[in-house]
Design a protein. Structure first.
Length: 278
């Protein structure tokens, strides 16, 4: 990973590694990867000043395909890793990525508190409403009556997790929904999320043609959200409660104080330990 020269034209492909993605044909994550590199090129991000982190799952393979600093963590723990990195190295542009199972089930508790803490970073969740890597089990965002998994042949009977409403209630100030079938909008949302001063959430409707082939119809169902972004949390809560999950765009934006570490990030380890000594 060689540092770029400011005089060199930056193209999206310059941010891609030579590693070939191994997602299934038709997977929406290909488009998310493309949107991420396009956003990085638009922002002219220095590779050595950018970090992509992930947890476990199909979508969590994404950092391997982006030529920047990257870290492939453990299941559901991408947000603590990303938070720690941003606190220790505030000059970096930190982007966390993952899927609905990784982010909303195993990592659900971290998700809520990342929204509350409001550290300046971007979180992209590729939501296909299924556990794809482990062969098609129901995820937190799966509809209660989906019965195509052998583990839940009669459906889960559990109302799906509502990540955007949860994020709003937990205090997130930037809440967006994209669709892998609209790469231009998705690129724009990622750019806006990077520029937002605080925790920015982008949920991406990313179809899984292997285990959820009916999601191919999303291209006919997803539509541009109207009368957004909203800036009042009460109005945003009402809007989300009435939405069917198929509206895309920047839904809510409101700036909050960004969380800052309580110690000088340039402190030595000995100085930090001394501060906690009894």
């Amino acid at each position: 990973m060689a540092p770029r020269s400011p005089a060199v034209l930056i193209r999206p492909k310059d941010y891609k590694t030579g590693v070939k993605p191994i997602w299934c044909p038709g997977c929406g994550d290909f488009a998310v990867l493309s949107a991420v590199t396009k956003a990085m090129a638009w922002k002219k991000l220095a590779k050595e000043e950018t970090a992509l982190l992930s947890g476990i799952g199909c979508s969590s393979r994404l950092p391997a395909y982006v030529d920047s600093y990257g870290f492939h963590g453990i299941h559901g723990r991408v947000l603590p890793l990303a938070s720690g990195l941003k606190v220790a190295r505030p000059e970096l542009t930190v982007i966390a990525v993952g899927g609905d199972g990784d982010g909303y089930s195993i990592g659900g508790n971290h998700f809520m508190h990342a929204c509350r803490r409001n550290i300046d970073m971007t979180y992209i969740v590729m939501d296909n409403r299924v556990y794809g890597m482990t062969k098609g089990q129901a995820s937190p965002t799966t509809a209660a009556d989906w019965n195509k998994s052998k583990l839940t042949p009669h459906g889960t009977g559990i109302p799906p997790f509502q990540p955007l409403s949860i994020a709003l209630a937990a205090g997130a100030g930037f809440i967006a929904r994209g669709f892998s079938g609209d790469p231009k909008q998705m690129t724009r949302l990622i750019v806006e999320a990077i520029e937002y001063p605080g925790f920015a959430l982008i949920e991406v409707l990313s179809p899984c043609p292997t285990f959820r082939p009916e999601q191919k119809e999303w291209k006919h169902q997803v539509r541009q959200a109207e009368n957004v972004p909203l800036h009042d949390p009460v109005q945003a809560a009402q809007w989300l409660a009435a939405d069917d999950g198929m509206s895309s765009g920047l839904i809510y934006r409101r700036e909050h104080p960004v969380w800052q570490p309580g110690h000088d990030v340039a402190s030595t380890l000995a100085e930090i330990e001394q501060a906690f000594s009894i």
